[in-house]
Structure formats: structure tokens, C-alpha cells
Design a binder for this molecule. Structure first.
Ligand SMILES: [Zn+2]
Length: 532
């Protein structure tokens, strides 16, 4: 009989307390519905009464299919009864089946931050938990600074936990609030707590200040806790919270955990994890972390002939899991060491099949090598690579031809505002079109000029949802001349990014080439018909 391991997501509460993160109600609703679909056990929505967004969010009275909606608050203030505490009243009014209240368990904090006696703090915990339990709520007690508290005064820290258990808390969540505890300490301390409180009632809430939030969570689970708190992408203040995007697949796919625990998350839903991770980045306008475990675009990227030929024989040679299980994909990176096997794999993953002995493969290889000599790098520039191949194969439709372009950068004196004007002349079919665009920078202006061109050229509908997510410039020094390499990450409504590249001695031209590749790739993906 497997034991149940509960997943508690706090992206919308602890994650939202991060510097620079400011979810609105709609964003919270979108994330909550994705988390519900994934099947996490608890979704902590925020702190009703603490700010207008959270209050409004709870006023929506959301109902979930799989998850228990959870409101967060604090134990009652000293000097008033639980019944008369406005904070607890907001929690009850939020009308959720589950409530999480945070309270102090470190005597130092009780003294310095609250300025009350140890007994009074315990009394506040007891009364708050008793009050909430009497309202038929499933109550989580977040034991703030528990690990630091335990190290300073173990008896007192444990008394605080015991008070909450005795008054009916379903869960006691051990928090490493300052994130300084190490895995072996977590394992030892949880081992002590469990002598007093069953692991079936214990949770772990780890912060990542030593880079060990995931490791600490695993240590706590090994020591017996059965509820795990964390956030999507490890979002959270300072160095973040435990990353559920790493923890969930670990629990679901790694034998030791998978054989021991049942998760509410359906294994067939794990393939939503990569999209969920990217969705949050998109919302926060952040560049996805390429090296993120499991879901990063480099997590299953292979470079170098030997690795690639082994992966082709059996992916297990260099992959710890099948990337598709969590919605990621294998990437074969083209590099200067590119051999035929890289090219073949790369073609395969782009859905292009060519016979291994086909002379075209050598042609593609030659082109890649020549371009790399000139400063191109197809590492991760998957879209530009695909375009190159299609052109060599003669399979690339000619959507348009660039006749010429110019960019003018102006500073309007006093106000110091700089604007760029671009003019692009294209040939679409037999027609020549001129487009103008104005933008904050030259690349922005060129982008707009191209889109304006297409407004008269018929492709505009197809590229309407194309957005440029990231723009990177590298200056390569080759002898006396400096060459600029620009890579652009683009995305569209499907949220799958593609990467293009442009190289030139001129930064604007390099950017323009990467931009053109991105648009051509998008038109190809949309199966656009070349205009005549
Ligand atoms: Zn926290």
C-alpha cells in the first residue's frame, strides 16, 4: 500500500511576495486553473484582506475540480479574542475549504518581533487554530522559522507545534523561512519532530537561500513528512521557494519515490509541466531558464558527435528520463564539431527525413561549417537551422525578397527622447512594397516596418501573434574585424519558442537577418502560401 504525498502550491501567495512580481486577478485565475488541471492537492491563493487583489481574487469564490482552495493568514493578534480578530474573520469570509495560518515558533522572534511572552504566543496559536477548526476548515499551521527556532530552543519550538496539533490542525508545516538550513539538519530535526507528531500530519516549506530548497524538501520527505510546499519555477522572495517543477517529476518518476508514494497528480498530466513553467515566465516577462532541471530547453540538449551518436542509439546513454514525459523535447545541437550524425538527428527532430547516404547531408554540413566559420552558431538557433536546410533542399517557399532597408536614429534634443524610423522595401510576388515603422530602437522600428509591409502584402494575419521575447547580442572578435552575432527568441500563441540568428559586421544588419529568419520561420510554420 503506497502512502499519499500531498502537494501544496504557494505560487500565488509566497511566490507573489517576490520583488518585481505583481499578479493581477486574471493572471491568478489562469495559474490556479492550470494548477487544478495538473492536480496539485492545495492551491494557496493569497492573503484575503491584506491587499485588494487578493481580496478580489477570493471574492470570485472559485471552485476547483481537483485542488482544495486555501486562504492564507496570520494567527490572531494579542489582546483580542479569536472571534474578534479581523484577520481571522477575513479568512473565514474567504469561504475556502482549507486555511493556512502562520505563527511564530522561534522564541527570539516572539521576543523581538512580537514583543510578547512565550506563553502568550502559544495561547495565540491555540486559540486561532481552535477557532478555525471549529468552523469546519481544514487547517494548516505554518510554523514560521521552525528550524531556526528548533536550533535555538527545541522545547519551545515543539510546544508551539503541539499546541496547534492539540487544537485540531490537520497539518503542521515546518518552515525554513530564512532558508539557511542544510539537508542533513532537516533530516535530523524532522526525525525528532516525528517522535511527537505523525509524519502524516507534517509538511515542509523550504526556501532556497543555500540552493538546497529542493534537497531539503526531499530530505524532509525521507524523514517522514507527507506534505510538500513549493512554487512554480521556485518563484519566491530572495532566492526563492522549493521548486515544484523539479519536485513533482522527481516524486512521480524516480523509482524510490514513485514506488513509495501516491500523488494526486496524474502521471499522464506531467507533460503539462514544461508549458506551465513557460507560462509563468511569459506572465512575468522573464526569459525562461535554459538550464532549468527537467523543463529547460537545454535539459535534453546534446552537442558533440560522440554524445549524439550514442543518444541516437539509445537516449538513455545521456538522458536521465524521457523528455516527453514532462513535455520537454530532445535537442541536438549543431556545432563546429558537427558530424553527419548531428545533422541527421537534427533533421529528424525538425521532422525532415533524408536518406543517410543522400549527398544533401554533406551539402548541409558544408553550409553549416562555412557559416560557423563566418560567426554563425546554430547552437540552439533551431529555426534558422531549419530554414537553412529547407533552402539547401529547395523546399523553402519564397515568401518575399528584401530589396533594401534603412534605419534612422534621432534624438529629439531637450527631452532626450530617442526614436528610430525604419523603411523596408520588399518584393512580394511581382509587387514591390514599402513599409515604414517607428520604434523605440532600430530593431523595433524594423520589426514594425516589416509588419506594416505585410499589412499590404497579405501575410499580416499569419504573423499577428508573433512576438519577440528576447534579443541577445554578442560581439565576436575575429582578427581585426569585430563581427556581431544577434540571436532572437520568438514565440506565438502556442507559446513554443523558436530561435533565429543573424551575423554581420553591422549590428543592425545582423538584427535584421535574425528578424527576417523569425518571420520566414513563422510563415513556414503557418503553411503560408507564397503570394504571386
Ligand atoms: Zn515562505
Amino acid at each position: 500500500m503506497k502512502e499519499k504525498l500531498y502537494i501544496f502550491d504557494t505560487t500565488l501567495r509566497d511566490g507573489a511576495q517576490t520583488h518585481g512580481v505583481d499578479f493581477n486577478v486574471d493572471e491568478k485565475k489562469i495559474l490556479a486553473s492550470k494548477l487544478d488541471e495538473l492536480g496539485v492537492d492545495y492551491i494557496e491563493g493569497g492573503w484575503p484582506g491584506a491587499n485588494s487583489t487578493d481580496t478580489q481574487f477570493f471574492n470570485e469564490k472559485l471552485k476547483f475540480k481537483n485542488s482544495l482552495f486555501t486562504a492564507f493568514g496570520m494567527t490572531k493578534k494579542s489582546g483580542r479574542s479569536a472571534e474578534n480578530d479581523p484577520g481571522l474573520a477575513s479568512l473565514i469570509n474567504a469561504d475556502t475549504p482549507s486555511i493556512c495560518v502562520v505563527g511564530k515558533t522561534w522564541d527570539f522572534h516572539v521576543d523581538v518581533a512580537l514583543g510578547i511572552s512565550n506563553e502568550e504566543n502559544i495561547d495565540n496559536i491555540s486559540q486561532s487554530i481552535q477557532f478555525l477548526s471549529s468552523k469546519n476548515k481544514e487547517v494548516h499551521f505554518d510554523a514560521e522559522h521552525f528550524f531556526d527556532g528548533y536550533k535555538a530552543n527545541p522545547d519551545y519550538a515543539l510546544q508551539c507545534l503541539k499546541a496547534a496539533v492539540d487544537k485540531g490542525a490537520r497539518w503542521i508545516v515546518l518552515c525554513d523561512t530564512n532558508g539557511g538550513t542544510l539537508p542533513h539538519e532537516v533530516e535530523d530535526i524532522v526525525g525528532e519532530v516525528i517522535k511527537l507528531i505523525s509524519g502524516k500530519q507534517l509538511g515542509i516549506h523550504a526556501h532556497n537561500d543555500t540552493g538546497n530548497a529542493v534537497a531539503n524538501t526531499l530530505a524532509a520527505v525521507r524523514a517522514g513528512v507527507r506534505q510538500v510546499q513549493g512554487t512554480i519555477n521556485g518563484l519566491g522572495e530572495r532566492c526563492g521557494n522549493a521548486n515544484l517543477i523539479s519536485l513533482i517529476p522527481t516524486f512521480a518518476l524516480k523509482t524510490e519515490y514513485a514506488n513509495t508514494f501516491d500523488l494526486s497528480i496524474n502521471v499522464n498530466r506531467l507533460d503539462q509541466l514544461t508549458d506551465l513553467s513557460r507560462l509563468l515566465d511569459e506572465m512575468l516577462n522573464r526569459v525562461p531558464n535554459r538550464t532549468a532541471p527537467y523543463v529547460g530547453s537545454s535539459a535534453f540538449a546534446h552537442k558533440g558527435g560522440l554524445h549524439v551518436s550514442a543518444v541516437n542509439k539509445d537516449p538513455k546513454t545521456y538522458e536521465h528520463i524521457d523528455p516527453e514525459l514532462i513535455g520537454n523535447r530532445r535537442q541536438i545541437i549543431i556545432s563546429e564539431q558537427a558530424g553527419k550524425s548531428n545533422i541527421i538527428s537534427r533533421l529528424k527532430s525538425a521532422g525532415i527525413t533524408i536518406n543517410e547516404d543522400d549527398k544533401t547531408i554533406q551539402k548541409i554540413l558544408d553550409q553549416v561549417k562555412e557559416r560557423e566559420f563566418n560567426g554563425y552558431s546554430y547552437d540552439g538557433a533551431d529555426a534558422s537551422f531549419e530554414l537553412l536546410v529547407k533552402k539547401v533542399l529547395g523546399e523553402m517557399p519564397k515568401f518575399f525578397e528584401v530589396m533594401n532597408f534603412s534605419v534612422n536614429v534621432k534624438n529629439r534634443g531637450e527631452e532626450g527622447q530617442t526614436v528610430s524610423d525604419a523603411v523596408v522595401k520588399l518584393k512580394v510576388g511581382d509587387e514591390e512594397i514599402i513599409g515604414n515603422g517607428q520604434g523605440v530602437g532600430p530593431v523595433n522600428a524594423l520589426d514594425k516596418a516589416l509588419r506594416n509591409n505585410f499589412q499590404s502584402g497579405g501575410y499580416s494575419e499569419l504573423i499577428k501573434d508573433l512576438s519577440l521575447i528576447d534579443y541577445k547580442v554578442r560581439i565576436l572578435n575575429t582578427g581585426t574585424d569585430a563581427i556581431t552575432r544577434v540571436s532572437i527568441e520568438s514565440s506565438d500563441r502556442n507559446q513554443k519558442s523558436w530561435y533565429t540568428i543573424g551575423v554581420s559586421e553591422n549590428i543592425i544588419e545582423a538584427s535584421f537577418r535574425a528578424l527576417i529568419d523569425s518571420i520566414e520561420y513563422k510563415l513556414m510554420k503557418e503553411k503560408a502560401e507564397p503570394l504571386h
